[in-house]
Design a protein around this ligand. Structure first.
Ligand code: ADP
Ligand code: MG
Length: 699
């Protein structure tokens, strides 16, 4: 179908120069190709006619109704002017509302005539109303339509008379054109046969004009496969290959630091998963190629000790290591945990952050250059050009989603031979997604928590339950436990949020006069923040009232309660991170999500996911279903090559796996894509690049 890009859309029957211009401007549809691949984003079953009396609830889907207009009235002035048609089907009435093209609609539709109308009823002023319905004269002997596609349209397109129906008609014209009928299938024939895929023409036909639900499903499958095949082909050929080719330092032995610590100083046996990922990492660092590995592990799964062992291997092989964290608090905590361990085996560690004093900083720089400093822990400060090593062999980055590819690359450049890179993240993403999004990273997963961890019991409570929640906190405090109470704070709402936090702090102090309450928020001076945090960590204080500054970092195993105020304002992964602050000790822990009563369906779902699972992978998957992977921090820079139109990286895992396997097999026998078929595949990838908005981000 490649050659279709050469046909200007204005030559399509029914388009012409005027419509072509607006299609180009609004939807980037400029050629036959663009139009053909502009698929409906959903489908509606139009084989049934509903009754107004049966329409209930807040989220009614689009429906088809049969009846008559009783009256037409205009209301409002100027921009707010609208036309209202009262529509009755004998079981009830609702309002049809038009904001544009009022005059032409008044001239077209009549009262008393029977129509089929179609649209989404929404409750408004105690009646239902449908904005801009599709209206057709009712024809008694006409077969009701089956599945009908709904196309993406902009306000401007609607104002120019575009509707889903018009788009469908244009697609029909397009499908009947010789250019499309004679187009060749972009997928290799052998793959179509092997996977039993629907041929391309039949597939695009069914996507625009489904002949049945089953045919539509096969068509969708085929197009998803096609997109993912080319995406994987591109990633495997260009991105994955690139990093695989970089030479890396060879760390030939595990060394005595590792063995000494493992045999004499380890406080707990490693979990099977920890042992496995350490082996995977060790194999990478011995291979002679540069390691680029993503280490995924849920909050509390024990990534720090894995990082430490990894660093010990590098250090024993005459190299230095660094660990970079996204915040000062987290870097400091890593430093405290790791320097205590490093001391036992005589490894020199230092902490470098934005607030490190000049004198100390100079000492660190010098010790890095002469090699006496073996392990450096810190924040973004590690990336500065003045930070130079004698031989940096390993860079560990904690919390991947705050570091883009560009920052990773800056670390590579710190050394003549690029250091091995281990990226650690507690925001797990499904494996198929990470393979595709982080095409250049190998993935290791810690899928097991240390033994004895009890899942955190999570409850959803409402504003008027506050008294009971305070009573519950009191019970836990009397057992000697500690509690967190977290408030949201976002920049746009900073003043109000801070006030809510401070009010909360006062109320909590009043409720618990015999206990000490600390408060931390991001607007405090670092020293004050650290002091308050330290009070809580050392059990001087019993309750910590805080904003999300505690999201990463703090490790207080004695804390058993996490109350999250206005939980409806947090995203799923953030809630999960916060919850991860409790459940670190041996006691049963609790997370209480406080929310207002009236919630949207989506928000309620989000909170309910939290109460039903402790599994970070499930949470992450739900999160992406709700938000879409495009919203995930980090995916923007991570190298998704082109926009996917039908495939979904989150929900189409099984298809991704097939496409990836097939792309791998294909590259096996044609690695450069220079067979005659391979050249066509390469041309198709280039075409996809031209048709993407974000292609510049890949570089
Ligand atoms: P995260 O993966 O969230 O960074 P940490 O590395 O901070 O997790 O580990 C959380 C806690 O679990 C720490 O107190 C750590 O000492 C402890 N821990 C790690 N591994 C084990 C293990 N195998 N057995 C018992 N406790 C462990
Ligand atoms: Mg951690």
């Amino acid at each position: 179908m490649n050659n279709l890009t050469r046909y200007d859309i204005k030559y399509l029957t029914g388009v012409g120069p005027k419509r072509a211009e607006i299609l180009g401007k609004e939807l980037d549809i400029r050629s036959f190709y663009d139009m053909l691949y502009n698929f409906p984003f959903r489908y509606i079953d139009r084989s049934t006619i509903h009754r107004i009396a049966d329409l209930r609830g807040h989220d009614i889907p689009s429906v088809q109704l049969r009846g008559r207009f009783v009256t037409f009235n205009t209301q409002g002035e100027g921009a707010r002017r609208r036309l209202i048609g009262l529509f009755s089907d004998g079981t009830g009435t609702l309002e049809c509302v038009w904001f544009n093209r009022i005059k032409s609609i008044q001239q077209t539709y009549r009262t008393g005539v029977e129509y089929i109308i179609f649209g989404k009823p929404t409750p408004f002023n105690r009646t239902l109303s449908i904005a801009h319905p599709e209206v057709d004269a009712y024809q008694p002997n006409q077969q009701p339509a089956g599945m009908v596609g709904v196309y993406n349209l902009t306000e401007k397109l609607r104002n120019h008379g575009f509707s889903s129906r018009l788009m469908q008609k244009l697609a029909k014209n397009l499908l009947e054109s010789d250019a499309v009928k004679q187009g060749h299938d972009p997928l290799p024939e052998a793959i179509i046969r092997h996977r039993g895929l629907m041929p391309v023409y039949e597939a695009v036909h069914n996507l625009h004009l489904p002949s049945s639900i089953a045919a539509l499903q096969r068509a969708q499958y085929r197009m998803k496969y096609e997109e993912l095949f080319f995406l994987e082909l591109h990633i495997l050929k260009n991105i994955k290959g690139l990093t695989k080719k970089l030479a890396g330092q060879v760390f030939s032995h595990v060394g005595s630091y590792f063995n000494d610590f493992y045999n004499h100083h380890l406080q707990f046996p490693l979990t099977g998963a920890q042992k496995r990922v350490i082996k995977e990492i060790r194999a990478d660092m011995m291979s002679g190629r540069q390691m680029n590995r993503l280490l995924q592990g849920d909050v509390g799964s024990g990534k720090t000790i894995v990082a430490f062992f990894t660093a010990l291997i590098a250090i024993a092989n005459d190299a230095q290591a660094c660990i970079m964290a996204p915040t000062e608090i987290l870097a400091t905590q890593h430093f405290e945990a790791i320097s205590a361990m490093a001391e036992k085996v005589g490894v020199k560690v230092a902490l470098l952050t934005g607030s490190t004093r000049k004198k100390q900083r100079d000492e660190i720089h010098a010790a890095l250059l002469d090699g006496s400093l073996q392990l450096l822990i810190g924040t973004h400060a590690l990336l500065e050009d003045v930070v130079q090593y004698r031989n940096l062999g390993l860079a560990i980055i904690d919390e991947q989603h705050r570091f883009g590819v560009a920052q990773r690359a800056r670390l590579w450049k710190k050394n003549a031979t690029p250091p091995h890179v281990l990226v650690m993240t507690a925001t797990p993403i499904p494996r198929t997604l990470s393979m595709t999004v982080y095409g250049d990273l190998d993935v290791s997963i810690i899928d097991e928590l240390p033994p004895g961890r009890k899942p955190v019991s999570t409850y959803l409570r409402y504003e008027n339950d506050h008294e009971k929640v305070y009573q519950f906190i009191g019970q836990e405090l009397r057992k000697g436990r500690q509690a967190y109470i977290v408030y949201p704070l976002i920049e746009e709402n900073e003043k109000l949020d801070l006030r809510a936090l401070e009010e909360g702090f006062e109320i909590v102090q009043e409720k618990f006069p015999h206990y000490k309450v600390s408060m931390v928020h991001g607007k405090m001076k670092p020293a004050e923040k650290d002091y308050q945090m330290q009070q809580f960590a050392s059990h001087e204080s019993h309750i910590l009232v805080a904003t999300t500054v505690i999201e990463v970092g703090v490790n207080v195993p004695n804390a058993s309660v996490m109350v999250i105020e206005n939980a409806e304002r947090f995203g799923l992964s953030q809630l999960h991170q916060l919850r991860g602050r409790v459940g670190r000790g041996a006691d049963q822990s609790y997370c209480i999500l406080m929310s207002k009563h009236s919630l949207t369906k989506e928000t309620r779902h989000r909170l309910e996911v939290m109460t039903t699972t402790n599994d970070g992978f499930v949470v992450a998957e739900e999160d992406m279903k709700l938000r879409g992977p495009g919203d995930m921090e980090g995916t923007q820079q991570s190298g998704i090559a082109f926009n996917l139109k039908v495939a979904n990286l989150v929900t189409d895992g099984p298809i991704i796996e097939q496409a990836r396997a097939d792309a791998e097999a294909y590259l096996e026998h044609d690695p450069q894509l220079d067979s005659s078929e391979g050249r066509q595949l390469a041309a198709h990838i280039r075409l996809l690049f031209q048709h993407t908005v974000n292609w510049g981000l890949i570089s």
